[in-house]
Design a protein around this ligand. Structure first.
Ligand code: DC
Length: 234
């Protein structure tokens, strides 16, 4: 199948953090029996590794040298979702300070270009649900199904806080999570390259007032319809 056709066999789910998009995307992929691709995990892992190697994001040459000097593997299994140079980073990348680091590194054009190529290569041979910030706008503008999943700031911060607490991190208050979230939203939406925004042809899904189960059921139905009209075999 040609690259052009492959580009369309993607269900693109974008939206801000805490909107429920990861939960929705993962379960949707499971129900449709297609590959689930969490692009945020890639930005997080790349930022984690760059930080570990003391890479200064301001230093272009050093950054470029770094980008050609590691190997990223995605999706070996759920417990080995993201691996760099053989080291499984799946758990480590969920720590709170990595969110801030990932947001910093995700502003950089060379980092975005690197991960854009990586993301496109992963979808070549598979139908997939890919979630992120710019999947429907930049990575797969011709995706056959596009959703922009969002929720109010308070709802998103409350979800994020309970995720952290479930992992045993009880250091943060709701106010701190709201403030951090707001800062990340602003930088995600205002960055020069591939900012977070709804694609013109994406359906807006607000998860504030409904359960994620309801959202998943709705998207499952919609994707099956769209796949059938576009001749895509799920
Ligand atoms: O979805 P997440 O919170 O795991 O994403 C981590 C960071 O990576 C977040 O600051 C936004 C950024 N990101 C991005 O810029 N583009 C993507 N496609 C996915 C994530």
């Amino acid at each position: 199948m040609s690259g052009e056709n492959n580009m369309q066999r993607v269900i693109a789910i974008d939206g801000p953090s805490g909107s429920g998009k990861s939960t929705v995307a993962k379960e949707l992929a499971r129900r449709l029996s297609v590959l689930f691709i969490d692009t945020g995990a890639m930005f997080r892992a790349l930022a984690f590794e760059a930080d570990r190697r003391l890479i200064d994001p301001e230093e272009g040459q050093v950054l470029n040298a770094f980008l050609s000097d590691f190997k990223m593997d995605y999706g070996k299994s759920e417990s080995e979702l993201i691996v760099i140079d053989g080291v499984n980073l799946t758990e480590k990348i969920r720590e709170h300070h990595i969110s801030t680091l990932a947001s910093v590194f995700s502003q950089l054009p060379s980092v975005r270009k690197y991960l854009l190529d990586f993301q496109r290569s992963l979808a070549l041979d598979h139908v997939c649900v890919m979630e992120g910030r710019d999947i429907g706008t930049v990575v797969f503008p011709k995706a056959f199904a596009k959703f922009f999943v969002t929720a109010s700031l308070e709802v998103r911060a409350t979800r994020r806080l309970s995720q952290l607490q479930e992992k045993g991190d009880t250091r943060l208050s709701l106010d701190q999570v709201i403030a951090d979230q707001q800062k990340r939203d602003e930088s995600d939406m205002n960055r020069a390259v591939a900012p977070l925004k709804q694609a013109d042809d994406a359906e807006l899904i607000d998860t504030s007032g409904i359960t994620l189960d309801e959202v998943i059921a709705k998207l499952e139905l919609k994707c099956k319809e769209l796949a059938s009209t576009n001749g895509i075999k799920l």
